[in-house]
Design a protein around this ligand. Sequence first.
Ligand code: DX5
Length: 239
Amino acid sequence: MNQPAPSAADSMPGIKIIPSVLPADFARLGDECQALELAGVDRIQWDVMDGRFVPNLTFGADVIAACRSTVSTPFEAHLMIEDPDHLIPGFVNAGCQLIIVHAEACRHLHRTLALIKDLGASAAVALNPHTPLDTVAHVLDQLDMLLVMTVNPGFGGQQYIATMEPKINDARAMLDGADHWIDLEVDGGISSSTIGGAAGAGANVLISGSWMFKHADGLGAAVTELRQLATEAWTTRLA
Ligand code: DX5
C-alpha cells in the first residue's frame, strides 16, 4: 500500500477518491459496489459502526465478505468500534486490504496496528475532530495512512468542519517527517465545495458519501469532478 515516497513536501501525491457506502442502497450492496467500480473509484470504504463508539449501528465483516467477489476494487474498513482487536481478523478475511482504527477506541494502539500489519493488511488511524495529532506521533512507522475526520463520526450527510483545515495542514507536515510516504485521508462532508479546502490543506485521499451518491450526473461524473478539484487544489498548494 505504501507509495514510493514522493519527496514529501514538494511533489504531487496520488489523489484517491473513495466513496463511503453509507448512502448506498443496502438492499443492493453488490450492485452498488459494481456501479462504484464502473465510476472509477480508487477504493471502497465500509463504515463499520457498533452503536457504542458512535451512536449508530451498521454492518459487520459478513456483509463486506458477501460483496467482495462482486468487484476487484480494493476495500477499506473504517472501524468506528470500541476495542476493535478481536474483530480485525474478520475484516481482513472478508477482503479489506486496509483497516482504519480510531485512536480513541484502542487501549493499546501500537499493538493494534502491529496486529493489522501481521495480518498482511495496510494500517491506518482515524482521529476525531477533537483528538490531537500527537496521539499518533509514536506510531508513524506503522502507518500507511492517517485519517483526519472532518465530521464527528456516526452519520453521513453532516456538515464539513472547516476548522479542521489547519489540523490537516499540520498532519501533512508531521507525516512528511516520516521515513516513508503516508497517505492523508479526510472523511466527512466532502463535496465539490469543500474538497478544495481539504486537498489544499494537504489531504490526498478523500472520502465522499452523500454528495457523491446524490450527484445529478451520476457516480462517474462525481468521481471525475472530485478528482479534478483535488488535483487543482494540490497544484495550487505546490505552486
Ligand atoms: C461518518 C462517516 C461519514 C461518511 C461520509 O461516521 O464516516 O463521514 O463516511 O459521509 P458524507 O460524505 O455524507 O459526509
